[in-house]
Design a protein around this ligand. Structure first.
Ligand code: FCB
Length: 459
């Protein structure tokens, strides 16, 4: 019996060289929003709009990572992380979106990257994790083609300065949420409720990605095959299931899948937008502002695909023809975000990505928020987070066993942090942050994850 269970342990071994990491993003952890020449971002502005962010919170201090980063890197080393995904704040590099780069901003990331490399932690830098310079928003933000051009300059500036030290680059984080939550739902910055801008925003985000890939090819030597290196994008994929077997719901699931997942996969890998999405938007007279040649730019070959995977959605038909489809949460148990816990979302999202590309895949985010507090002994037991991570990693292992080209996994998040419109309520960290003192306390899940990394697999 004992022998049997230890055989099961080795059955959940991950491939040699599998990249184990944790992820964060600039606005969610850095704070220091007015330091060293950083310009205003759309999130600084959004947080000041009354009623937009829970508790009137903002990223003004966040985890104060901008000052405490050496401690945070030491923490990563204690956790045994092999990789760290962070994002670069565009307004630290180009405070007004263009012009001359701000050296102090570049130096901050240069020091961070050097410290990571000294400890053998592979840096993955995301260029855009939602903190657009406010000055560019004033010229239309992602609804304007100009933003994609400015993004290409910003990306090129960083490839020139950090391209040799950062092996993994992700261009844009979750373009789907930028478009839908930022410009249609209005729940995220810039907080617009103008669904008519959706297609333009999605297209300009993808164009920005493609232009950055082009700059990368000119400025950074080709990565050696098999290395954890190169450039990609981080898409959030949510498998869509019909809420019922009714034909209306089955169609709604296909439509929702096209509008959220395939709207990005298809241009990246097949050089076109999905018919179903164009039909949907066409009926609502949304225009695609594509110029000749754009789709070739967007489809420029990348080196890996990053996937942020948290849950699935159920789709149902919405009788309001303007909406047409509605996403519902699934019936299973939920995290503190209200997201259904559904571990097969991992295998299903990886299968969806594999439909489009044989490229190396990284799970660039997966994790869960749960409420907890330190026990009398000061220790923080978070069995729900451990169970979530274990079950989702087991699903990733299943996908690997089926031949999926999955190369690494990043927990969201290293630290509790500013969870966008939800403020500081939801806690995603392997490490708890006390927002009064900014003290960091690793949770039980942190030791658990360290053990997973050390044995390169699950027990
Ligand atoms: C993702 C975001 C990330 C974090 C997690 C919980 O959509 O990329 O910044 O907010 O959700």
């Amino acid at each position: 019996m004992g022998q049997e269970s230890s055989d099961q342990v080795s059955a959940l071994a991950f491939p040699p060289g599998f990249l184990w990491g944790a992820a964060t993003s600039a606005y969610q952890i850095e704070g220091a929003v007015a330091e060293d020449g950083r310009g205003e971002s759309i999130w600084d502005r959004f947080c000041r709009m009354p009623g937009r962010v829970a508790g009137g919170a903002s990223g003004e201090v966040a985890c104060d990572h901008y000052h405490r980063w050496p401690d945070d890197v030491a923490l990563m080393e204690e956790l045994g992380l092999r990789a760290y995904r962070f994002s670069i704040a565009w307004p630290r590099i180009f405070p007004t979106g263009g012009g001359r780069p701000n050296q102090a901003g570049i130096d901050f990331y240069r020091r961070l990257v050097a410290a990571l490399r000294e400890r053998g932690i592979v840096p993955m830098a995301t260029l855009y994790h939602w903190d657009l310079p406010q000055a560019l928003q004033e010229r239309g933000g992602w609804a304007s083609r100009e933003t994609a051009l400015r993004f290409a300059e910003y990306a090129a500036c960083l490839f020139e300065r950090l391209g040799h030290d950062v092996p993994l680059w992700a261009t844009i984080n979750e373009p789907m949420l930028v478009a839908y939550a930022g410009y249609a739902g209005g729940t995220k910055a810039p907080g617009l409720r103008r669904p008519r801008l959706l297609l333009a925003v999605a297209h300009h985000l993808l164009l920005a990605h493609g232009l950055a890939v082009g700059a990368y090819r000119q400025l950074v030597p080709a990565p050696s095959p098999g290395a954890h290196a190169g450039i990609g994008i981080a898409l959030n994929l949510r498998p869509c299931h019909p809420a019922s077997p009714q034909p209306g719901d089955v169609r709604a699931a296909a439509t929702l899948d096209a509008l959220t997942n395939r709207l990005f996969l298809e241009p990246l890998f097949r050089g076109r937008y999905p018919e179903a999405a164009l039909r949907f938007f066409g009926r609502r007279t949304l225009r695609l502002p594509a110029l000749p040649g754009d789709l070739a730019v967007i489809g420029a070959p990348i080196d890996f695909l990053g996937l942020n995977i948290y849950t699935r959605t159920l789709a149902t038909r919405d009788r309001n023809p303007l909406r047409g489809v509605r996403a519902l949460p699934g019936p299973g148990p939920r995290t503190a975000m209200g997201w259904e816990i559904y571990p097969p979302c991992i295998t299903e999202a990886l299968a969806l990505a594999t439909e489009y590309t044989p490229l190396p895949l990284y799970i660039t985010e997966n994790g869960a928020a749960f409420a907890d507090r330190p026990g009398p002994d000061g220790a923080i037991h978070d069995p729900s987070r451990i169970a979530y991570l274990r079950d989702h990693l087991a699903a990733a292992h299943k996908a690997l066993a089926a031949g999926t080209n999955l190369r690494g996994y990043f927990v969201w998040s290293l630290l509790d942090n500013f969870e966008w419109e939800d403020g500081y309520g939801p806690r995603f960290g392997l490490v708890r942050v006390d927002y009064a003192t900014l003290a960091r306390t690793p949770r039980a899940s942190a030791s658990w994850y360290r053990a997973v990394i050390a044995r390169n697999g699950l027990a």
